[in-house]
Design a protein around this ligand. Structure first.
Ligand code: SF4
Length: 679
């Protein structure tokens, strides 16, 4: 049969949320490419999705039937069972746990596998709320630090759309390995450069985009706050502060500058390892640019000073009065969409006083039993905790306990699934309908299934509908269809929806979120900060109330460690977090990058196997000696599965679950103290 083309959307944990064209032949995915009709993704997608999606959907690691574990946890020994048996087992396992320890001993352990608003978290949340299970503060694993930093300065407003990069005189790519993890920003920056725009990249690594930059600053991890302070001091010295804009639109300027003045460029050089002359050059380029766009990434905030770094950097355009009129910060795109979380997830169903656990603590809670009631049942979905959580060894120990009943829902047999008692097969996003906001652009999309559910797999919504029925939950909200859930996910009365319900937005083209003037949403053009003061809050009482007095203003905390190197773990060009990690094309261990001086000090040769270690674990990796990484920093790509490692530990084993960022109790993956020696 001839292949037929269908529109779809990429749902992976990536800011670009690309529009796809999927060729289907004989009911199978034949190929996946960019959808030309999308003004956002412009027909371009990343190589990994184009190359690996057919195998992810139809390959041998795809889960097609419910399974019951028949060997030790982690062994991967399962037998096929029917859905009825599987639901009975889940019902019996959770009920027994609740009988003995109470409902809060059950924990949904989920994160951001698929990003669809309905399949990501809707019926599942309703189910766990009704069950009275412990709730999870998830965002601390990844997005909370930068989201809170943004919320402190700009409140509920979105940042500018990435389209602004294309016309900027100067793009500043800060902590963003954009070529790998923010593809469409790179395309737009290239357009700007062709029109004589300049590019600054700030990153401890000389990434691919840094190679194209007019200026590359490589600060030590978690010193971005000092670099930003030094730039603010340079603006002041050079008489570039926009006093009128600051007086009218900024709160906390004096307090911010008082902190900043402790770190002039000459002092910052010693802290950040960036020459003062380069800091001054960077400041001058920012001053000279009429249209200044900052395109920050996702990851540079995962360090001890992560929140302060983001806040101090986001303040810089405001100090120069460069907000609106072509200037802005490409961030917080999620705020552009009129999402309605409560009707979708129904937190009102949860018993009053239900506890909330921080996702970063879950490995410890499972392994050590330090909370009352203890966690004695987990339901893992949209998540691969063994690979992606900090302190991997602790998480694995916790999930290996025979007295923890574990249910897994996934599309692939991951190493986390291998630790579950019952595994339920989930459908991929090509097999269900959903709507998609994005965290990297302002276009809302909807997709219908392009192939039927494979094997006996089911969408998450249907799995939790059936579970709710098995538990006897009779409320109407557990009978909602996926279309009902799409309608509950967004506010149809918002002017940004153009009068359409979530389930009725067009399939053939994305819907752009626009301001009241029908133009793209840009702060100070057609929207204002959504803070309590209505101004940009460099000093944030909101953050201080949420996270403690230290969060009133950005601050620098020096490193306190006996280990000489800082490990960072950027995104891979073969995986999205751990997704694809079980496929042949993405399964190998990635090398450890080390500066030649650090290698010489340790007598290490390029190509040798080395041991990266600290008090939490040890990881064996091939060494790549290169000056692409700065002295004192080593780098290895995140998301490798345990099977890629000779001792079953990957770099998440080295990241601490107790070291936290200065906002939102966020995990610190990119500021991990380690040392390296010959293997
Ligand atoms: S992973 Fe990102 S860049 Fe690749 S197709 Fe999906 S949304 Fe696009």
């Amino acid at each position: 049969m001839c292949p037929t083309d269908h529109s779809s959307v990429c749902t992976f944990d990536c800011p670009d949320t690309c529009a796809l064209t999927v060729s289907v032949e004989d009911g199978r995915i034949a190929s996946v490419r960019g959808n030309e009709a999308s003004p956002s993704s412009e027909g371009v997608i990343c190589n990994k999705v184009a190359r690996l999606m057919p195998e992810l959907v139809h390959g041998k690691s795809r889960l097609l039937y419910p399974l019951r574990r028949v060997g030790p946890k982690g062994s991967g020994a399962f037998e096929r069972i029917s859905w009825d048996t599987a639901l009975d087992l889940v019902h019996a396992g959770l009920s027994k746990t609740i009988e003995r320890f109470g409902p809060q001993s059950v924990l949904p352990l989920n994160y951001a596998g698929p990003h669809g608003m309905v399949q990501g978290e809707s019926m599942s949340a309703r189910f766990f709320h009704k069950l009275g299970a412990s709730q999870l503060f998830r965002r601390s694993l990844c997005g909370a630090v930068r989201a809170e930093a943004w919320a402190g300065l700009f409140g509920t407003a979105p940042g500018c759309p990435p389209e602004l990069c294309a016309d900027a005189d100067l793009n500043v790519v800060w902590g963003n390995n954009a070529t790998v993890a923010n593809l469409h920003v790179v395309r737009r920056i290239r357009q700007a450069i062709r029109k004589v725009g300049k590019l600054i990249v700030i990153d401890p690594l000389r990434t691919k985009i840094a190679e194209q930059a007019h200026l590359h600053l490589a600060p030590r991890p978690s010193t971005d706050v000092v670099l930003a302070f030094a730039l603010a001091v340079a603006f002041e010295r050079l008489g570039a502060l926009d006093a009128r804009f600051i007086a009218e639109n900024v709160l906390g300027f004096d307090e911010y500058m008082e902190r900043a003045r402790a770190f002039p460029p000459e002092t910052a050089e010693a802290v950040c390892g960036v020459p003062a002359a380069d800091i001054l050059r960077c400041a001058q380029m920012m001053i000279d640019a009429q249209r200044l766009v900052i395109a920050p990434g996702n990851g540079w905030e995962r360090g001890r000073n992560g929140g302060s770094g983001v806040r101090a950097a986001y303040a810089l355009p405001a100090l120069l009065g460069k907000m609106g009129k072509g200037s802005g910060i490409v961030a917080a795109a999620g705020n552009a969409f009129p999402k309605t979380g409560a009707p979708l997830t129904r937190p009102d169903l949860a018993p009053p006083g239900t506890r909330t656990l921080n996702i970063v603590d879950v490995g410890r809670h499972l392994a050590e039993d330090g909370i009352d009631p203890p966690i004695r049942a987990v339901v893992i979905y949209n998540h691969n905790p063994i690979v992606v959580h900090p302190d991997q060894n602790q998480m694995r120990k916790g999930l290996a306990r025979d007295d923890v009943f574990a249910v897994g829902i996934d599309i692939s047999m991951t190493e986390s699934m291998a630790h579950c008692d019952v595994v339920l097969p989930a459908s991929t996003h090509f097999e269900y309908a959903d709507i998609y906001a994005a965290y990297g652009h302002h276009w809302l999309q909807r997709a219908e299934p392009v192939i039927p559910p494979q094997g006996e797999s089911l969408p998450n919504t249907e799995i939790f509908r059936r579970l709710a029925a098995r538990f006897g939950y009779a409320e109407e909200c557990f009978k909602a269809t996926d279309a009902d859930l799409m309608d509950a996910a967004v506010d149809a009365s918002s002017p940004r929806m153009g009068g359409k319900r979530g389930s009725a937005i067009p399939l053939d083209r994305p819907t752009q979120m626009l301001g009241s003037d029908d133009k793209p949403l840009v702060l100070f053009d057609n929207i204002r900060p959504g803070t309590p003061s209505g101004k940009i809050e460099l000093k944030s009482e909101t953050l201080a109330a949420r996270w403690g007095a230290h969060a009133l203003l950005p601050e620098f905390r020096p490193a306190d460690t006996r280990f000489p190197l800082a490990l960072i773990s950027p995104a891979s060009d073969k995986r999205i977090s751990s997704t694809f990690g079980g496929l042949a094309g993405a399964a190998e261990a990635t090398p450890l990058l080390m500066h030649p001086d650090d290698a010489t000090t340790r007598g290490l040769q390029d190509g040798a196997e080395v041991k990266v270690w600290n008090d939490l674990g040890e990881v064996f990796l091939p060494l790549h000696v290169t000056d692409a990484v700065r002295r004192g920093v080593v780098s290895s790509l995140k998301g490798a599965w345990l099977a890629s490692a000779r001792n079953g530990q990957t770099i998440s084993a080295l990241a601490s679950a107790t070291q936290r960022a200065d906002l939102a109790l966020g995990a610190c993956f990119n500021d991990t103290p380690v040392d390296v020696c010959a293997a």
